[in-house]
Write a protein that binds this ligand. Structure first.
Ligand code: UDP
Length: 257
């Protein structure tokens, strides 16, 4: 068997050397972690669902001109991606008060925010990913002012696109976390979307019932995580009732359904 070189293993994914220089293979594991891995479990099937959901979302974003690291899905758990230099920041976009923001500012969960808010967190397990300002980011050289502008502009475009996509299938995009990488294209260093976008890193609430369809089901011991992720995939048109059928595209949820 062809043993690929493992370059990095994170909490939910493994990165292997890719078949061509400048490429990597991103492998989605079933591991679920929360609270900086203090809570940890393996949930069978999660990696397969996240691989498909993230593939779908990255392809759609690519179609509307958002540059991403995604090249193609290789199998149930793996996708071929462009090798990038990861910017050591987690970029969080929020539309609705929830999680750490609601707690920190004493806001009611579910309150629509006056406008979308972008936050930066420094990627460091030892420090529990502390929130940082643009001042910290530029002073410590994690990204320069132009890169920060590009990440913010892309984050807002991604938010607008995904908010509409999810709203059309009866899901409220409360907040999400994305990561960016630097990629050399035609002698120019570009900021492109990296990592993944899946229910592991978004808050997704059913618009009618407010049921959580994301990793909060694991964080809060609500159970039913796989069913919820499957429902997200089904509404996105990735999973069909009849597996023989080709994916049919997003299914519009109408108000009288
Ligand atoms: N998030 C993530 N990884 C992290 C921290 C947060 O994917 O390490 C996502 C989380 O799923 C949510 C958003 O970022 O969609 C905002 O999370 P928040 O800051 O409220 O933190 P939490 O309450 O999840 O600890």
């Amino acid at each position: 068997m062809n043993r690929r070189r493992r370059l990095y293993e994170g909490k939910a994914k493994i990165l292997y050397e890719g078949p061509e220089p400048g490429t990597l293979i991103q492998h989605f594991k079933d591991d679920a972690t929360a609270f900086n891995a203090r809570k940890h479990e393996s949930i069978e099937g999660k990696g397969v669902l996240n691989n498909r959901i993230s593939e779908h979302i990255f392809q759609l974003l690519g179609n509307v001109g958002v540059p991403t690291h995604f090249i193609k899905r290789m199998n149930m758990r793996e996708q071929l991606i462009k090798e990038v230099e990861i910017v050591p920041l987690e970029v969080v976009v929020r539309n609705v008060a929830a999680g750490s923001l609601a707690k920190k500012l004493g806001l009611d969960e579910g309150m629509q925010l006056p406008r979308s808010i972008i936050e930066f967190y420094y990627k460091s397990d030892e420090l529990d990913d502390p929130m940082v300002s643009e001042e910290h980011i530029t002073a410590f050289g994690w990204a320069n002012p132009q890169e920060i502008d590009e990440m913010m502009a892309l984050a807002l475009r991604i938010n607008d696109f995904l908010s509409g996509l999810f709203f059309g299938i009866g899901i409220r995009l409360v907040d999400f976390k994305i990561e960016f990488g630097r990629h050399m294209e035609d002698d120019t260093m570009r900021i492109i979307l990296a990592d993944e976008i899946s229910p592991d890193c978004c808050r997704l609430w059913d618009t009618k019932t407010s049921d959580k369809m994301d990793k909060d089901r694991f964080r809060q011991d609500l159970g039913g995580l796989i069913d919820a992720y499957q429902e997200v995939a089904r509404r996105l048109g990735i999973l069909t009732e009849n597996p023989q059928n080709e994916p049919s595209g997003p299914r519009l949820v109408t108000s009288n359904e």
